[in-house]
Design a protein around this ligand. Structure first.
Ligand SMILES: [Fe+2]
Ligand SMILES: [Fe+2]
Length: 279
């Protein structure tokens, strides 16, 4: 029997946003009935955790109420964003400490039959926080000691938008320098798949450049084409990963009944207004 992981992402939970909570509740009902072996949330659990702790506490409560084994890594709305982007809420020591206090660890390592799962906090990878160096050492060690296990890596931001050689600093992907630092030990111990969230788009293009990168759709909302380029598809839902003991991996998009495809562009007041995309 394969081990089944439900990778959920971008739940953006807050008591102030009932539409997002309703989507989580529909997802939760589906997951309770489906009973995967593990739920992994790849970040942005909360809507405004980068500003205060109440949304993080609410998100934790909602995840505990799943009644399922679950793990999470933070997103930019949980611990702040890459400082290189110059926004008002950079990932810093205070935001990271708030996550630790409410949610616990911001990275994970979990062994399953034939597999090692590794989850990283991608938001600190461009900071000079001591936890950043600790995390790179953790990654190196987790890969080096995996033995013959297949590796599944979980991130909030995807490693790249189109190609690992891209040099632009963008909102949507891990910055080029930390991307190289993540890829360096992976060259010696390749991952079978890299699963991420953040873009609010579903994408699975096989393994261009030798990397199977799977993007989970958001649970809370999409960003319509007027405000965000389409790099994949824009449903709401989650990704089911099947991990076979012999190292084979399969995954698929699941769109549970009752989840509504909210377009953030049409919901002013939740986040600062977005710039329309230039064609
Ligand atoms: Fe998000
Ligand atoms: Fe995000």
């Amino acid at each position: 029997m394969a081990f089944r992981i439900a990778q959920i992402s971008d739940t953006h939970l807050s008591e102030r946003h009932p539409g997002f909570t309703a989507n989580f509740d529909a997802l939760a009902a589906h997951l309770r009935a489906d009973a995967p072996d593990l739920v992994v949330n790849t970040g942005d659990l909360s809507a405004h955790g980068e500003l205060a702790g109440d949304d993080l506490a609410f998100a934790r409560e909602k995840h505990e109420a799943l009644g399922l084994d679950w793990l999470a890594i933070p997103g930019n709305h949980d611990v702040g964003n890459d400082p290189a982007l110059g926004g008002p809420t950079p990932a810093d020591a205070a935001r990271l400490a708030r996550w630790h206090g409410i949610m616990g660890a911001d990275r994970f390592r979990r062994d399953l039959p034939g597999w090692r799962l590794i989850g990283l906090n991608t938001l600190i990878t461009g900071t000079d926080l001591p936890q950043n160096e600790e995390q790179f050492a953790f990654l190196e060690e987790a890969l080096a000691t995996a033995g013959g296990r297949a590796i599944g890596l979980f991130l909030h931001k995807p490693l790249c938008e189109e190609t690992i050689a891209e040099t632009e600093i963008t909102y949507w992907a891990v910055q080029p320098r930390p991307r190289r630092r993540i890829l360096e030990p992976l060259a010696r111990h390749p991952a079978t798949f890299i699963a991420s969230g953040h873009v609010h788009q579903w994408r699975d293009r096989g393994a261009p450049e030798g990397l199977r990168q799977v993007w989970a759709p958001a649970a809370a909302f999409i960003v319509g084409d007027a405000w965000q380029h389409r790099l994949g598809a824009k449903p709401v839902g989650y990704v089911e990963h099947l991990l076979h003991e012999d190292g084979r991996h399969e995954c698929r998009l699941v769109e549970p009944e009752g989840m509504r495809c909210h377009d953030l562009g049409l919901m002013p007041g939740i986040y600062p207004a977005m710039e329309p995309v230039v064609a």
